[in-house]
Design a protein around this ligand. Structure first.
Ligand SMILES: C[S@@+](CC[C@H](N)C(=O)[O-])C[C@H]1O[C@@H](n2cnc3c(N)ncnc32)[C@H](O)[C@@H]1O
Length: 331
């Protein structure tokens, strides 16, 4: 005799409490809980000394992190788990703390108006970021994108190219990684003046800066810098509507020589926009930021490329949900 599977509301509670888990994590990061445990296990009293947070309140955070598996607790002693050690302690090979700060300080407040964004299609984030917020944004994006940015120079062979243009290049982390790997390549980063102001000092300080130029401007308003035989557009397409993306791809095609390559790195989804899961969630983030952002499928991108003078060549995985679509000029 078969019995019908029991339906429980567990999944709903799990999803709905996601904001509490996220906020616990943001605040634990902000008060330095994981950094406070970087030297090894510590008691709550020792952590009070390292974070400046009262014992009773610190325990709330530390126990939530233990419940969620980022921290391990034995008696009164807490210890970073493997994930926190690697990504949140500040001592591991990667540092995702700037990403958590970005989502806490800029993304989370924007999501408070998500219903408004869905109902009206109006962007809910202040597009006029202060200098400090611009830095938090770009450092956060850089931290999340560290995997894909460092994977690209291996995934795609730039040795046949002479000059690369990074459109909407943000803090410059992608361009720096490419230039470091290909010593004959020259590069241009193009971004809005606020982001260009953050990128410039980085190139001034890095040896690859001798082969790089930072140009400030709006790619919908200003002519896109010409003379580049490779163009990278990373995590920009998702900020805009299909119409704006067609315009951007067309404007880019008009400024490159025949035979140039275009690399589009983004959360390219399956045709239903439901996989990867993170991409389906990020669609809400991109919509909330500009009022027109979304995630798009590889098929949509290929159609836009065909309509704007490009031929899609291939899709390569980079890291996590980020892949790169490679195209070449057509005709
Ligand atoms: C999500 S960030 C991506 C940064 C970088 N490409 C990366 O993947 O790490 C999007 C970038 O596009 C830039 N951007 C947005 N609209 C732009 C425009 N109209 N003209 C030039 N840059 C723009 C933003 O300033 C920001 O640096």
């Amino acid at each position: 005799m078969s019995t019908a599977p029991q339906v429980t509301p567990e999944r709903i509670f799990q999803i709905a409490s996601g904001f509490m888990a996220a906020k616990h994590l943001f605040v634990a990061n902000e008060v330095g809980l994981f950094a406070g445990l970087s030297a090894g296990p510590a008691t709550l009293d020792e952590l009070v000394g390292r974070t400046g947070i009262a014992r009773s309140r610190l325990r709330v955070l530390a126990d939530a992190m233990a419940a969620l598996g980022l921290v391990e607790r034995e008696g009164d002693r807490y210890e970073n788990g493997a994930v926190a050690t690697t990504f949140l302690s500040g001592e591991g090979p990667a540092d995702l703390r700037p990403f958590l700060k970005f989502w806490d300080r800029l993304s989370y407040p924007t999501w408070l108006n998500f219903e408004e964004a869905i109902r009206t299609g109006r962007g809910q984030s202040s597009l006029q970021l202060s200098e400090e917020e611009e830095r938090i944004f770009l450092e956060g994006v850089e931290a999340i994108q560290a995997g894909p940015a460092t994977a690209l120079p291996d995934a795609y062979d730039f040795s046949g190219h002479e000059r690369i243009l990074d459109l909407g290049g943000g803090s410059g982390s992608w361009l720096v990684a490419i230039l470091q790997r290909y010593p004959k390549l020259r590069g241009t980063l193009f971004d809005l003046p606020e982001a260009a102001g953050v990128a410039r000092p980085r190139f001034d300080e890095d040896p690859v800066g001798e082969r790089a130029e930072v140009v400030a401007g709006d790619f919908f308003e200003r002519p896109i810098p010409d003379g580049h035989d490779a163009v990278l557009i990373a995590n920009v397409i998702h900020l805009f509507s299909a119409e704006h993306n067609l315009e951007l791809l067309k404007r880019t095609r008009e400024r490159v020589p025949d035979g140039a390559r275009l690399l589009l790195a983004d959360f390219w989804t399956d045709p239903t926009h439901t996989q990867p899961t993170l991409a389906a969630l990020m669609a809400g983030e991109f919509l909330s930021i500009t009022g027109e952002g979304d995630v798009y499928s590889q098929e949509e991108a290929n159609r836009w490329l065909a309509d704007t003078g490009w031929s899609a060549l291939e899709q390569k995985p980079l890291a996590g949900p980020i892949t790169v679509l490679v195209a070449e000029t057509r005709g």
